[in-house]
Design a protein around this ligand. Structure first.
Ligand SMILES: Nc1ncnc2c1ncn2[C@@H]1O[C@H](COP(=O)(O)OP(=O)(O)O)[C@@H](O)[C@H]1O
Ligand SMILES: [Mg+2]
Length: 239
C-alpha cells in the first residue's frame, strides 16, 4: 500500500468547552480530489489550520506525506500549496510582481514559472500587470492559487477556494483543480458548495460539529439520492 498523503488521527481542537474538532480521523491517497464538506462552524477551517501547522491540536495527530505537522514541525509544508482565507499580497504591486517576489524566496522556482502559473489560473497578462489593490475578490483568489502552485506542490490544501468567484470563475477553478488532480496532485478542498464538490471530487467527508457524519466516494454517497445536497440535508440537516 502506498503511503497516504494525508492522515488525520483522532484529531481534536477544543476552544474552552467548545469541541470545534471532536476526534476526526481520515486518510487521503495520492492524486485524490477530496471534498471536505460541512455547514458553517462545523470545524473545517480549524482542521485545516492544524493541517498547516497554524494551530496546536488539543489531541491527535496530523501526518502529511507520513511526516508529522505541528506549529513547531513544518518542514513537510514546503511540499504543500495552501489557500486559506483572503490571501495577503502587496496592494501597490501588480499580481505578477507579487508572484516574482514570492518566487525569489524559493530558489528552485524559475522565473518562467510565474507566467506559467498566471496562465494556469486564468489571470491574463493585462490583469497580471495591474496593481493588486484594483483586483476583485475573485482575482485575488486566483492570484492566491497561483502563489500556492509556484513550487509545483504535490498536495494542495484549499479552504473554500471558490469564495468570491462568479459562476464562470467557479467553473474555471473547478476545471483547474480537477486537471491538477488528474495530473497526480492531491487536492484537499473545503467547501459548503455541494454542487461544486459533487462535480470534481472523488471522495468527500461531511463534518458536523467537529465529527464525521459521512465519508466515502461521491458515487457511493449519492446512491439512492438525487444529489449531494440531499445527502447533506439528511446527514447534517436534522439538528
Ligand atoms: N480561535 C477560536 N476561538 C474560539 N472559537 C473558535 C475559534 N476558531 C473557531 N472557533 C469556533 O470553532 C467552531 C468551528 O469553526 P470553523 O473551524 O471556523 O468552522 P468552519 O470552517 O467549518 O465554518 C465554530 O463554532 C467557531 O466559532
Ligand atoms: Mg471555514
Amino acid at each position: 500500500m502506498p503511503q497516504p498523503v494525508i492522515q488525520l488521527h483522532e484529531l481534536r481542537k477544543h476552544f474552552g468547552p467548545l469541541r470545534a474538532v471532536d476526534g476526526l480521523s481520515l486518510e487521503v491517497e495520492a492524486g485524490e480530489c477530496f471534498g471536505f464538506l460541512g455547514p458553517n462552524g462545523a470545524g473545517k477551517t480549524t482542521t485545516i489550520g492544524m493541517m498547516l501547522g497554524l494551530l496546536w491540536p488539543t489531541a491527535g495527530r496530523v501526518l502529511l506525506f507520513g511526516q508529522e505537522v505541528t506549529p513547531l514541525r513544518t518542514a513537510v509544508l514546503r511540499q504543500v500549496g495552501a489557500l486559506v482565507g483572503a490571501p495577503g499580497f502587496y496592494p501597490y504591486l501588480s499580481g505578477r510582481e507579487n508572484l516574482r517576489l514570492l518566487a525569489r524566496l524559493h530558489p528552485e522556482v524559475g522565473r518562467g514559472r510565474v507566467d506559467e502559473v498566471l496562465e494556469q489560473v486564468g489571470l491574463e497578462a493585462a490583469a497580471a500587470r495591474r496593481k493588486v489593490k484594483t483586483y476583485s475578490t475573485g482575482m485575488k483568489q486566483r492570484l492566491g492559487l497561483a502563489a500556492a502552485l509556484l513550487q509545483r506542490p504535490q498536495l494542495l490544501i484549499l479552504d473554500e477556494p471558490t469564495t468570491g468567484l462568479d459562476p464562470i470563475g467557479m467553473a474555471e477553478m473547478r476545471q483547474l483543480l480537477r486537471g491538477l488532480a488528474d495530473q497526480g496532485v492531491t487536492v484537499f478542498l473545503s467547501s459548503h458548495l455541494l454542487h461544486e464538490v459533487q462535480q470534481i471530487c472523488d471522495r468527500v467527508a461531511i463534518l458536523r460539529q467537529g465529527r464525521l457524519v459521512a465519508l466515502g466516494p461521491v458515487a457511493d454517497l449519492l446512491a439512492g439520492h438525487r444529489d449531494l445536497e440531499e445527502v447533506f440535508m439528511k446527514t447534517v440537516g436534522s439538528r
